[in-house]
Design a protein around this ligand. Structure first.
Ligand code: SF4
Length: 169
């Protein structure tokens, strides 16, 4: 899985309080996944997607090295880093975390002591397997979909080529 890096190079997995949404103030482990299929110029995490030699504008004007910003870890490598915090809530954020949803299932199955899961998504990738039953993980999720008016415009802009854009990152 492609995880964002902290400034010290370690994967962006940290324990803090949820700062927004209906669980505001709850202790949580945050896992920030890299890559996003939208390229919002106001994004506060452009280091998850705004790579050097890409055409996407951003209000900060900074481009990032994809190789330096991503650490590739397996679910088996990530799970202990989360379990070490002994926290019942996991917030999976990004970037757009559901671009890696096929890898999320094996990870979540390694976190049996984390009953509360939130996925902070831009709402463009709500597809299987989360919307169906076979994974057995229904009911553990709280989706938080962030939509603002300029963001809605961005959604329309990317309405057609969403998946192809995601696969080219
Ligand atoms: S959808 Fe979210 S993470 Fe992706 S570019 Fe927009 S603000 Fe950033």
């Amino acid at each position: 899985m492609k995880i964002s890096r902290l400034p010290n190079g370690s994967p962006e997995i940290f324990h803090t309080l949820q700062g927004e949404g209906p669980t505001l103030g709850s202790p949580a482990v945050f896992l920030r996944l890299s890559l996003c299929n939208l390229h919002c110029h106001w994004c506060d995490t452009p280091y998850t997607w705004n790579w050097e030699k890409t055409p996407w504008p951003h209000q900060d004007g900074t481009k990032f090295s994809k190789a330096e910003q991503i650490i590739d870890l397996s679910p088996a490598q990530i799970a202990p880093l989360i379990n070490n915090f002994h926290c019942k809530r996991l917030v999976i954020t990004g970037g757009e975390p559901l671009l890696q949803q096929n890898d999320l299932l094996p990870l979540l199955q390694l976190l049996p002591n984390t009953p509360f899961l939130e996925i902070e998504t831009n709402g463009t990738q709500l597809s299987s397997p989360y919307s169906s039953g076979p994974c057995g993980l229904q009911g553990r999720f709280l989706y938080m979909i962030f939509i603002s008016e300029p963001y809605s415009s961005q959604l329309r802009l990317f309405q057609g080529p969403l998946h192809p854009v995601a696969r080219t990152q």
